[in-house]
Design a protein around this ligand. Structure first.
Ligand SMILES: N[C@@H](CCC(=O)N[C@@H](CS)C(=O)NCC(=O)O)C(=O)O
Length: 200
């Protein structure tokens, strides 16, 4: 398999963490690329020119981090990232994590292209509020309160989103403002799959 990625994409990091968790990393060629480049190899593979993109051994081209995670879960070894017993809870948590990443990524990319004044637009302010509300929701989430650090797809997606907030939007200062969430996050990321995929 080949995974197209870069070292700063939160979406690509979810796929990469899943490769480690499912013991598929040795079977996968990591193809570092710039998805924003006009004439990249990535563009010849997917018209979307977005990462992560996974090319399977059969040549199927998978996009969308969560769809790639589902595929890797079915292909790899060990415990499922979507345990049968907590299937709906896991999907719910994954939705919160993915949405948090979407909001944070859109803030970052909006500021990059239009400056910080984008924060005062209708969409910009909606994203900032969504981040704030989602952090508070996660801080009171049952999985977080019980300290359940099992690396399901839900926990992975949320943990990557929080790492991305620290990396790109440190002013949110979420670890100091949400200590329960911080303690849970510290447990989830204490493993090879997160250590090997740190944002650079
Ligand atoms: N919904 C997609 C989002 C992927 C995405 O937006 N990736 C960014 C990098 S973080 C990208 O490749 N952007 C290039 C572009 O949109 O042209 C996913 O979950 O994989």
């Amino acid at each position: 398999m080949q995974l197209y990625l870069n070292a700063t994409s939160p979406y690509a990091r979810v796929a990469r963490v899943c490769l480690y968790e499912k013991q598929l990393i040795e079977r996968t060629e990591l193809c570092w690329c710039d998805p924003w480049a006009a004439d990249s190899e990535l563009l010849q593979i997917t018209p979307l020119s977005r990462i992560p993109t996974l090319v399977t051994d059969d040549g199927d081209v998978l996009t969308e981090s969560l769809l790639i995670a589902l595929y890797l879960d079915a292909q790899g070894e060990g415990e499922s990232l979507l345990p049968h017993k907590t299937y709906a809870e896991t999907l719910a948590l994954a939705g919160l994590g993915h949405g948090l990443t979407d909001a944070a990524f859109n803030v970052v990319i909006g500021r990059k292209h239009n400056g910080h004044e984008v924060d005062t637009t209708v969409l910009g302010s909606r994203r900032l509020k969504a981040i704030e509300r989602t952090l508070a929701t996660l801080d009171a989430h049952p999985s977080v309160l019980t300290g359940n650090a099992e690396r399901t797809l839900g926990a992975i997606t949320v943990a990557v989103a929080l790492c991305y907030l620290s990396f790109r939007l440190p002013a949110f200062d979420w670890p100091n403002r949400f200590p329960t969430l911080q303690a849970w996050h510290a447990k989830v990321v204490e493993c090879e799959s997160f250590a090997m995929t740190a944002f650079e």
